[in-house]
Design a protein around this ligand. Structure first.
Ligand SMILES: Nc1nc2c(ncn2[C@@H]2O[C@H](COP(=O)(O)OP(=O)(O)OP(=O)(O)O)[C@@H](O)[C@H]2O)c(=O)[nH]1
Ligand SMILES: [Mg+2]
Length: 225
């Protein structure tokens, strides 16, 4: 609970046994509930999360977006915060971000990692991929984002009934931002955060996910997704 608002953190996981341990270890006290989505994990992610007090939801449809949709449906907080189960996103920023959301009467915050990326995340291909997708979003939808692929968002749960979330894949991240930033009743902002080196193996398939995310944008622009 922070400033009169209950806070849920939702974390999609595909084999993040090590990462989820570190991610959950320093959740700040303002977090009322953590929902971990077990997306066909074959390791001990679910056991570790349960032991550390999280609510575990099982989603068998594979994919980042499918996992998030199940997690959002299970979350009960007034405000939902998201992050990966790999300890990259700063749990310590949650109280400050919620405070900004309440004080500024925002509905959606997308967290921008570009000023503070870890060495791996700063790799040429990742930076280039993010830039191309940022440009595509600007050119196709007139939405200016510094970090269109960020996976940390803070938003009021009430906006979920106003937006359309369909992607089951990594494109879910840009779909959610597009829906929030283009909606006339949703006050959305991008704010900078700190970002750390990942714990555990990356699930990102750079070329495949990058190109699919670009195709998703083109299809959405043409009204075919
Ligand atoms: N790729 C992928 N990730 C999933 C899936 N289901 C859940 N996830 C989780 O979604 C989060 C994002 O995946 P990551 O591998 O961290 O992708 P990323 O953050 O773009 O890449 P890194 O910088 O290497 O962490 C992680 O917590 C995954 O465990 C899935 O089916 N596919
Ligand atoms: Mg990650």
């Amino acid at each position: 609970m922070h400033k009169g608002h209950t806070v849920s953190v939702v974390i999609p996981c595909y084999n993040e046994e090590e990462g989820i341990r570190v991610t959950l270890a320093d959740m700040p006290p303002v977090v009322d509930e953590v929902v971990v989505v077990d997306n066909n994990c074959s390791d001990r992610t679910a056991e570790v999360a349960t032991d550390m007090g999280a609510k575990v939801v099982v989603e068998t449809r594979p994919g980042y977006g499918a996992a998030y949709k199940a997690g959002f449906a299970a979350a009960t907080g007034d405000i939902i915060v998201t992050m990966d189960g790999d300890a990259t996103y700063p749990r310590g920023f949650i109280p400050l971000l919620v405070e900004v959301m309440v004080d500024e009467e925002l509905d959606f915050i997308s967290c921008d990692r570009t000023g503070h990326k870890s060495e791996e995340a700063k790799s040429f291909l990742r930076v280039l991929g993010n830039l191309v997708l940022n440009w595509a979003i600007l050119a196709l939808f007139f939405v200016r984002l510094k970090d269109s692929q960020s996976g940390m968002w803070v938003f009021r749960r009430s906006i979920l009934s106003k937006i359309r979330l369909e992607s089951d894949t990594m494109a879910f991240s840009e779909e959610l931002k597009l829906e929030a930033f283009r909606h006339p009743e949703i006050k959305a902002r991008e704010l900078p955060i700190y970002y750390r080196e990942r714990v555990g193996e990356s699930k990102l398939n750079l070329w495949h996910d990058g190109l699919s995310n670009l195709v998703f944008l083109l299809k959405r622009r043409l009204g075919r997704s």
